[in-house]
Design a protein around this ligand. Structure first.
Ligand SMILES: Nc1ncnc2c1ncn2[C@@H]1O[C@H](COP(=O)(O)OP(=O)(O)OP(=O)(O)O)[C@@H](O)[C@H]1O
Ligand SMILES: [Mg+2]
Length: 342
């Protein structure tokens, strides 16, 4: 029997379903990816499994027992831990304080806490170096490590991770994926919700695709990774740095400069901008910055050579105007974030 078995599960908000009778399972020592467009119902699926929103229909079995309708704390103490979108770190608490608090909340016996902390620091040496630092002053990647560590200290059987890579540079994301890929060796299965589709499919053994609250693909991750239409599909963006030729890789790495501003752009737009940058022979980060600042021109009819020339001319003046542009981008981004949440 699977470790997690979701059968014909319907869930939603205030009685209105957004996920319609899905089947999904995760075995022991397995990493499973749950993919899909914005609003497909990925987060809602995780919330229903972990008891944060009601299961309207169907059943959820974990480790041999039905957990549908069980309170979230009970589900977590059974070993099914949800690392939510947005990390939920308390900025004023220290790293170790955060972990100790999580231990206490998870009823980790006092005499085991030191071992659990050691275990956690072995998985995340960066956190060990920063054990007395305030969580709010950690980098985005380190905060994500802390969010994962807080879950791991419970020694869960299954960790459900929602959008671990959100707002992080590709280089940082790659490091996190390497760590997550080793969780099964520690006896922790993973259900991974991700926008970095290429990475997720490299780490996962199996994958599910959700569309409008229904499962439209369930099968081997490798099969999905080979499906070009899917990976390049209109709604799933990715920054699959490793697989690109060197010249492109360098260009795509520069996106980190933009991502450090924590701008969340629709993946389809980001990919369209990459495609356009490649077509026009200009740096993707410049196009993305222009898009964020609301001054992206319609695709130029100029030849790539002309654009390249004007791009290098622009580089000279770019440095001077960089700080001004950053401010504009941040302002726009926060307006957009406000709209997105509103
Ligand atoms: N608290 C809420 N109250 C009412 N509806 C909600 C709530 N949260 C999400 N929804 C709706 O449920 C649907 C699924 O949303 P969900 O957040 O599960 O999608 P998602 O696949 O995680 O998307 P994303 O990739 O943007 O995170 C959407 O139509 C969304 O508007
Ligand atoms: Mg979500």
């Amino acid at each position: 029997m699977a470790l997690l078995d979701v059968r014909a599960m319907r869930t939603g908000y205030e009685g209105i379903p957004v996920v319609f009778g899905i089947d999904l399972s995760v075995d022991e020592a397995e990493v499973v990816a749950l993919l899909g467009a914005n609003g497909a119902g990925k987060t809602s699926t995780l919330r229903a499994i972990s008891g944060m929103i009601p299961v309207l229909d169907g059943d959820v079995t974990f480790d041999g027992a039905s957990i549908a309708g069980r309170p979230a704390e009970d589900v977590a103490r059974r070993g099914l831990v949800h690392v939510p979108e947005g990390r939920g770190i308390f900025p004023s608490l220290g790293v170790e304080e955060t972990l100790r608090l999580a231990g206490a909340f998870g009823k980790v016996p006092k005499n085991e806490l030191a071992d659990r902390l050691d275990e956690t620091y072995t998985t995340f040496p960066r956190l060990a170096e920063r054990r007395s630092q305030q969580a709010g002053t950690l980098s985005g990647g380190e905060q994500q490590m802390l969010a994962l560590a807080r879950g791991l200290i419970w020694r869960p059987k299954l960790l459900m991770i929602d959008e671990m890579s959100q707002g992080l540079a590709p280089r940082i994301v790659a490091g996190l994926f390497e760590i997550v890929a080793r969780f099964p060796e520690q006896g922790v299965s993973v259900l991974l919700v991700e926008q970095f589709v290429g990475r997720a499919l490299e780490v996962a053994g199996r994958a599910y695709v959700l569309e409008k609250g229904e499962v439209t693909f369930a099968g081997p991750a490798a099969e999905l990774a080979n499906d070009d239409d899917f990976v390049k599909g209109s709604y799933l963006g990715d920054v699959d740095v490793e697989r690109l030729p060197d010249s492109t890789r360098r260009r795509r790495d520069t996106v980190s400069a933009v991502e450090e501003l924590a701008v969340h752009l629709p993946p389809a737009l980001v990919r369209a901008l990459y495609d356009r940058a490649e077509r026009e022979g200009v740096a993707a980060d410049e196009l993305i910055r222009d898009a964020v600042a609301g001054r992206l021109e319609a695709p130029a009819k100029k030849s790539a050579r002309t654009r390249k020339a004007s791009a290098s001319k622009a580089t000279a003046t770019k440095k001077a105007s960089n700080s001004r542009r950053k401010k504009t981008a941040t302002k726009k981004a926060s307006t957009q974030a406000g709209r997105r949440r509103g």
